[in-house]
Design a protein around this ligand. Structure first.
Ligand SMILES: Nc1nc2c(ncn2[C@@H]2O[C@@H]3COP(=O)(O)O[C@H]4[C@@H](O)[C@H](n5cnc6c(=O)[nH]c(N)nc65)O[C@@H]4COP(=O)(O)O[C@H]3[C@H]2O)c(=O)[nH]1
Length: 705
């Protein structure tokens, strides 16, 4: 650059020339003016004044030693004392050949000492060399600064890969002092987590490209392992041989942690920690490949909690969330480690099973899930019961694409739900027709009331001496083509479509007409008739006036009408429910809480409901002989009812064993096939007659026909 006469004036380096004799200055100017920009001064004082101007300091000062006033030596001394001018190279020029000034000047840090007269060429070469040397020294100083103060750890190794220098950041990061590592191989830092193969690849890349960048795991002096991002480059000598390796690296533990966290979040549901839809998709793709290769099958199980929306809407999202977390844990406990449980969102879960004879395996697992999820969940101070509907689709039998498999499992799940929930259902091609069938049935149900296709059946309720206490009215649909359709097949449909309101009203009206008829006969006049009231029906604005009107129109004793409500009603709006119940209670009707123990049973609420009776759910009675926890639940319900001064009736009593157990525990009212199935009114009245002429053993335990 310095030889380049094409440089603009601005690009040329600035040199300050100082001499008291203009002739000497002239010589210097004419020697240097082509390559440099020049400033001149003729005294020590004016030199220092020029150097005070910080806007542009010269890259070199050529300074005459002998000047009147202030000598060049004194100017130099002052320059070296001033931090701003301390590093500016200085060439002293003198006609004095004695060593005294030369020594004084060199001692003060003069870079050159030239004796006049100086040849033009010598001057130019010396000036150029000095400026170049100085520039190199500046660079070295800067490099040293970067090395020492860099935030990145730097390690320099020689051609034999022995550490020759490390910086402060290295010491801070690795915990090793310089003395610990100098002369050692960098393997000293290795954690063993980076494989031999990875190390070999790195060495090859360094040899081939002179550069490598990547991540590796190292161990600090204290033994802790950390990931680092490292760059290695080689420094070659003029002959092209490697002289040094320069490695700089940073600890990326934090970055790794957040990377792992982001990765986890992208693939997992934050609430339950289960894999999410994206993860499930990837898992399914891999599983389909594996089962195809191994001639196995897959079962995709689609799960949806029954009535979860009610839980969320009524008890709040925190209860809903707590329930979902517990459901996730129970689901995981129902499957093997290599099966997958994922949450798609809301209350939708998917379980994937793999293996041979997958249909039987899926049926076993689904039964287990239905059972486990129907057991009570302890949430806060209350227990919550839920159930789940499961749809199962098999790969490759039911579909060979992920989308179709999921769709089919979903369809099967809806089928299980429409069957009343707490069930599992395998996909079948017939289900594609299901939506159409459903619509048809809905239309037919709409006309069922008008066409008088609905009927009431009566199931007897007795005391512990088999004496008739009353009946539960249960609706039946006498379908023109299908014959008698059980309520579990059309009540959910009626609930969904809103038809339950007119069906419910018809049941209430028909039951009251029956009560009126019973009032006129001695045998039946004290019988109490229980009528199921669906939550939707109960929550109508005019439900109280509907009941009042029906009771008045049929002129019945309201105390003989018992409205059966279910626990799911408590999930809607407890205060409004209590208000409606209280008004109806004032009319004189009774209340029984149906399916007790299967929903959200919170004692707090139970105490506030104006109930007359608790009805122990059939599911507990069924398992009396086999399930000790059901026995315990029954004992608790009976004790609870006694404490709250309520009647207690057990439904679904099928065996003597169940009845004796219930009697022993203090249950006083019974309903079930042991005593009589739901039957038409004429058969029911016949049954009541028979029971009234039957003698009963003193302990009530023996029924003598
Ligand atoms: N295995 C077995 N089952 C027994 C036994 N004793 C009684 N059951 C059955 O258990 C159900 C008891 O009625 P629920 O719990 O109110 O359950 C009822 C109720 O939730 C609903 N339902 C029936 N009629 C009406 C109605 O008029 N209105 C409303 N909203 N729902 C109704 O349909 C459900 C099913 O009614 P059903 O099929 O008549 O089934 C009846 C009855 O036949 C037994 O010893 N063993």
């Amino acid at each position: 650059m310095m030889n380049d006469t094409n440089l603009t004036q601005h690009e040329k380096l600035l040199i300050l020339l100082v001499d008291d004799l203009p002739i000497n200055l002239h010589v210097l100017v004419s020697a240097l003016k082509t390559d440099f920009r020049l400033k001149t001064a003729t005294s020590g004082a004016s030199t220092l004044a020029l150097l005070k101007d910080q806007t542009e300091l010269p890259k070199l000062v050529i300074l005459d030693v002998k000047m009147p006033g202030m000598s060049g030596i004194e100017v130099l001394r002052r320059m070296r004392a001033d931090p701003n001018t301390l590093a500016i190279p200085v060439i002293l020029v003198s006609a004095d050949v004695s060593e005294q000034n030369e020594l004084a000047g060199l001692n003060l840090g003069a870079d050159e000492y030239l004796i006049k007269p100086i040849s033009k060429d010598t001057l130019i070469i010396r000036v150029r060399n000095l400026i170049r040397r100085n520039a190199e020294q500046s660079k070295l100083r800067l490099a040293g600064y970067v090395f020492n103060y860099s935030g990145e750890a730097i390690m320099i190794t020689d051609r034999n890969n022995h550490i020759v220098d490390v910086n402060a950041a290295f010491i801070k990061l690795t915990g090793y002092d310089k003395a610990d590592v100098l002369g050692s191989n960098p393997k000293l830092l290795s954690s063993g987590r980076t494989t031999e193969e990875e190390c070999r690849d790195m060495s090859e890349a360094i040899l081939k490209d002179g550069f490598w960048q990547g991540e590796m795991w190292d161990r600090r002096k204290d033994g802790s392992v950390y990931p680092k991002m490292m760059t290695v480059s080689v420094v070659r000598n003029r002959a092209g041989d490697i002289e040094f390796h320069l490695a700089n690296f940073v600890d990326i533990s934090r970055y790794k942690e957040s990377e792992e966290r982001i990765e986890h979040l992208a693939h997992h549901d934050p609430l339950t920690g289960l894999p999410n839809r994206l993860h499930l998709q990837i898992f399914l793709e891999q599983s389909m490949l594996i089962v195809t290769r191994m001639s196995e099958q897959l079962a995709v199980m689609f799960l949806d909690l029954d009535r979860f929306k009610n839980v969320n809407d009524t008890l709040g999202h925190s209860v809903g969330d707590a329930l979902l977390i517990q459901v996730a844990a129970r689901l995981k406990s129902c499957v093997r480690d290599y099966d997958a449980v994922a949450r798609l969102g809301g209350d939708e879960f998917v379980v994937i099973l793999r293996g041979h004879d997958i249909e039987s395996v899926a049926a076993i697992v689904a039964t287990k899930i239905n059972l486990h999820l129907s057991r009570p969940f302890l949430i806060g101070t209350g227990t919550l019961r839920t159930s789940t509907s499961i749809g199962i689709a098999l790969y490759p039998d039911n579909a060979d694409r992920i989308d179709d498999l999921m769709k089919n499992a979903d369809r099967a799940m809806y089928f299980a739900k429409s069957e009343g929930g707490n069930k599992f259902c395998f996909f079948s091609t017939a289900m594609n027709l299901h939506a159409h069938e459903k619509l048809k049935m809905e239309n037919q149900l709409y006309e069922a009331i008008e066409k008088q296709e609905l009927q009431l059946y009566y199931q007897i309720q007795v005391d512990n001496l088999y004496q008739p206490l009353g009946a539960e009215a249960l609706v039946r649909w006498l379908h023109p083509e299908r014959g008698q359709v059980p309520p579990m097949q059309f009540i959910p449909l009626a609930e969904e479509s809103g038809l339950i309101l007119s069906i419910g009203y018809w049941v209430l009206d028909t039951a009251c007409a029956q009560l009126k008829a019973w009032q006129n006969a001695t045998l039946t006049r004290d019988l109490i008739l229980a009528v199921n009231v669906s939550p939707k029906q109960f929550c109508q604005n005019d439900f109280i006036s509907q009941v009042r009107d029906v009771v008045q129109r049929h002129a019945i004793n309201p105390a003989l009408l018992k409205l059966e409500i279910t626990e799911s009603l408590m999930l809607i709006n407890i205060e409004a429910v209590i208000a409606t119940m209280t008004s109806l209670k004032a009319l004189g009707v009774q209340f029984s809480l149906d399916d007790f123990g299967t929903g959200y049973s919170c004692l707090q609420y139970l105490k506030r409901l104006p109930l007359d009776q608790l009805k122990i759910d059939y599911s507990f009675v069924r398992d009396i002989a086999t399930d000790s926890s059901d026995k315990a639940i029954i004992s608790t319900i009976i004790a609870m009812a006694q404490n709250l001064n309520l009647d207690v009736i057990a439904e679904g009593v099928e065996t003597e064993e169940q009845r004796s157990f219930l009697i022993n525990k203090g249950c006083t009212h019974f309903q079930g096939y042991l005593l009589g199935k739901p039957i038409p009114i004429d058969q029911f009245e016949e049954l009541v007659k028979q029971l009234n002429v039957t003698e009963v053993g003193a302990d009530g335990g023996e029924w003598l026909p």
